[in-house]
Ligand binder design. Structure first.
Ligand SMILES: [Zn+2]
Length: 280
């Protein structure tokens, strides 16, 4: 193109009448003069098209993402749908919330009384939880933050009386946020522990137990021993329960670390992991 243009300019300059008529020369000059303008017009149109396309794609993708999130995790509500993955081997992925529940006859067959590790005989957990629990308690003690157990496995009937207690004490609305109805408690899985400090009040009697040395240590270290805080602070709309800095569920070190690092609530994490997609 550059060569042609030079040739034309040379020809038209040296012998304008030999090659082109005046009209043709003007036409050709016009074409060359307009070329940059046409290119600019094309470039601008392309730019505008690409910008419009990007904006369109952004909103399209946005709506898809939000639609997926809506589809992934149902809003918290109160229902009594049998939970999936409640076989005893599915202890890591059983998902309980205010919607999904365990059968009233669900009771792990491998519960071990915690008197075997020096705790009150009221407490029991599934056998595979014990080793890591002992390691966690030892590490907490060595860090200067000894922990005790406030609660562990609770049967369906025990949970029923627990909920009734809180309902009478706090009223229905508050009880639903702070205590699970029978069948909906992770304590029935036999893998969940409510911790407390060695001395002092019950953990729920503190403004925020996770700001005490023992509670703070547990928050930062529990996952290293396979435990996850099920109901973290400020996530009530996702976890369906008020903040419970003492309530930890055992899901094994690998999963607990993944949940901790994801910064998702356990409910969100399990929902996507356990294939609850489109279950609604
Ligand atoms: Zn609890």
């Amino acid at each position: 193109m550059t060569m042609k243009r030079l040739n034309y300019q040379q020809l038209s300059k040296n012998s304008p009448c030999l090659c082109f008529s005046d009209k043709e020369r003007r036409n050709r000059q016009q074409i060359f003069t307009n070329l940059p303008r046409k290119r600019a017009f094309f470039n601008n149109t392309l730019k505008k098209f690409l910008i419009a396309l990007s904006i369109g794609l952004f909103f399209a993708l946005n709506s898809i993402v939000f639609a997926q999130v809506d589809g992934l995790l149902p809003e918290c509500r109160y229902d009594d749908i049998p939970a999936k993955y409640t076989d005893s081997k599915d202890w890591q992925i059983s998902l309980l919330d205010t919607i999904y529940k365990l059968d009233e006859n669900y009771a792990p067959s491998d519960l071990v009384n915690l008197s075997t590790i020096g705790f009150d005989k009221r407490f029991s957990l599934r056998d595979f939880v014990i080793d890591d629990l002992v390691k966690l308690l030892k590490a907490a003690k060595e860090a200067g933050n000894p922990l005790r157990i406030q609660s562990s496995y609770r049967s369906y009937d025990y949970q029923k009386s627990t909920f009734n207690y809180w309902q009478e004490k706090l009223g229905q609305t508050e009880a639903l946020l702070t205590s699970a109805r029978a069948g909906h408690s992770e304590h029935q899985l036999g893998t969940t522990v409510d911790f407390k400090s060695l001395t002092g009040l019950a953990p729920w009697d503190y403004n925020d137990w996770a700001t005490t040395p023992a509670g703070a240590w547990l928050k930062e270290n529990a996952h290293k021993y396979g435990f996850v805080m099920s109901y973290p602070k400020g996530k009530k709309e996702l976890s369906c329960y008020s903040y419970e800095p003492w309530h930890y569920r055992y899901i094994g070190i690998e999963y607990a670390t993944a949940v901790y690092e994801s910064q998702l609530t356990l409910r969100e994490w399990l929902w996507s992991l356990a294939g609850y997609l489109h279950q609604e």
